[in-house]
Ligand binder design. Structure first.
Ligand code: SF4
Length: 112
């Protein structure tokens, strides 16, 4: 490797590192933006065909006969909302907000 090649490689490496540092705050803003958008999403209707297919209800108590005791959207691994918000996104229902106290048969326990 010649000195010129070494300098060019070092410049490329430094440029990449600087771009990475500059992009980090933008990524954080983008994630915050997606959380804000989740709160503005339309609420999932219980009579939505996909909601019916997965037995979704806004109040988990309505499905006590089907669900694991204590299982609600708020402790589901697929829930995307803030833990202190009443409504939030869900991986199973893209573009719709589900109630934090709701439930559906796709519920998966959080691993924490
Ligand atoms: S997948 Fe989880 S968060 Fe989504 S509706 Fe079902 S129980 Fe709620």
């Amino acid at each position: 490797m010649t000195n010129d090649n070494f300098r060019n490689d070092r410049r490329r490496l430094l440029r990449g590192a600087l771009l990475g540092v500059a992009a980090a705050p933008l990524a954080t803003l983008s994630m915050r933006g997606s959380n804000a958008m989740a709160q503005d999403m339309p609420k999932l209707a219980e009579d939505n065909p996909q909601a019916i297919a997965l037995n979704y209800v806004h109040d988990a108590a309505d499905k006590d006969d089907m669900r694991t005791e204590g299982a609600i959207c708020g402790n589901c691994r697929l829930y995307l909302g803030e833990r202190d918000a009443e409504w939030g996104g869900c991986t199973a229902f893209p573009g719709k907000a589900v109630n934090i106290n709701g439930w559906c048969s796709a519920w998966v326990a959080t691993s924490s």
